[in-house]
Ligand binder design. Structure first.
Ligand code: TXA
Ligand code: MG
Length: 330
């Protein structure tokens, strides 16, 4: 391996075995999930968890998600009363493995380092076959935040991880581009009668309500950033200035400016007009969002991105609007 470049491991049995070995040795490995690439480490190894924070320059106040292979493993990580358990079972039956993270009361086995000293832990059973196989063969619980420097745009390809973390992340397991393109939906189930949507994602609020037969609230606007560190206003941000516009109200662009549309325009004249989907399909928009923002951010000729916002709507529209709003904050 060339010491100046991260080592790409193939997402097959050989690469997954190598990654599992590294994880057992307390090292971190970037790995694909269906949402975004994660920077994985053994959740029960303090050195590994500290490395995750160090590689990302992430403050210790921002807790990590723990990834599991099977729902039976929850008993080791969480202590649930009957109501919490039935809510978890309902949601897991419908959405796991998949892009849903549940915040639950933790057991003592989970270190406060992982949870930012909270008494809750965020758990997800991911669906990506490479990540699932990594969890199965390693037999570990994997703490994995998105594999980007803190505050920057999350990675949806192995190449993105390499570009933004470089040699700080020496091992990257390549599983191709991520299907969802935005991070998992996070639901707080500590009070199972009053669940709270902490982060919109691929699984919409309405879907959660339908399965739980309950209303799911959004959190009150954070008055204290330490209460909701992942909900920091400015997040997922390109360095290039980003302005948001409703359909039809995008300004004419000048030199140094780019237009980012939801759908291919009838006559794409300018070389500085880009689109997130041919047809405007919002799942495709989500899939391509971070990738295009990164590409435009890397383009020296562009100093200002004007992006079209999808109208408020159910499901993925909510997640796209959330990420764009945060990305545009300065
Ligand atoms: O899709 C995803 O969730 C990806 C992939 C890799 O699984 N992971 C991810 O992790 O987005 P991260 O660390 O970038 O975002 C997780 C957020 C944190 O910012 C934090 O706010 C929230 O989850 N979180 C974690 N533990 C929590 C807890 N105990 N209570 C409340 N929020 C928590
Ligand atoms: Mg993140």
């Amino acid at each position: 391996m060339d010491a100046s470049h991260p080592d790409f491991l193939t997402g097959d049995a050989v690469g997954i075995q190598k990654a599992a070995k590294l994880l057992h040795a307390g090292q971190c490995v970037a790995a694909p999930t269906e949402t975004v690439y994660g920077l994985a480490g053994n959740a029960f190894n303090e050195h590994a968890v500290r490395s995750i924070f160090a590689i990302k320059s992430r403050p210790y106040i921002d807790p990590l998600i723990v990834h599991i292979h099977a729902i039976e493993q929850l008993t080791e990580l969480t202590r649930l009363d009957d109501e919490q358990l039935s809510a978890v079972k309902l949601l897991a039956a419908e959405f796991w493995p998949g892009p849903l993270t549940m915040v639950l009361p933790k057991t003592k086995a989970v270190s406060g380092l992982v949870t930012a000293n909270r008494d809750s832990v965020a758990i997800r059973q991911p669906a990506h076959p490479v990540m699932r196989e990594l969890l199965r063969t390693s037999g570990l619980f994997l703490a994995a935040p998105s594999a980007n420097p803190f505050g920057y745009i999350s990675p949806t390809t192995a190449q993105h991880v390499r570009e933004s973390l470089g040699i700080r992340c020496p091992h990257i397991l390549d599983g191709g581009p991520c299907e969802n393109g935005v991070e998992s939906t996070i639901i707080d189930l500590r009070d199972p009668r009053a669940p709270v949507l902490l982060r919109p994602g691929p699984i919409g609020l309405e879907q959660l309500k339908d399965v739980l037969h309950l209303s799911v609230k959004r959190p009150a606007p954070a008055s204290d950033a330490s209460l909701a560190p992942g909900m920091l206003e400015r997040h997922y941000s390109p360095r290039t200035k980003l302005s948001l516009h409703t359909a039809g109200s995008l300004p004419a662009t000048h030199t140094g400016e780019a237009k980012l549309l939801l759908q291919r325009p009838p006559n794409a004249d300018s070389q500085h007009t880009f689109w997130l989907s041919e047809s405007g399909n919002l799942n495709e928009v989500a899939q391509n969002l971070f990738s295009l923002l990164r590409a435009l951010d890397a383009d020296e000729a562009i100093q200002h991105i004007h992006c079209e916002m999808p109208p408020a709507g159910p499901g993925i529209a909510d997640a796209i609007r959330d990420r764009l709003n945060r990305a545009s904050k300065r």
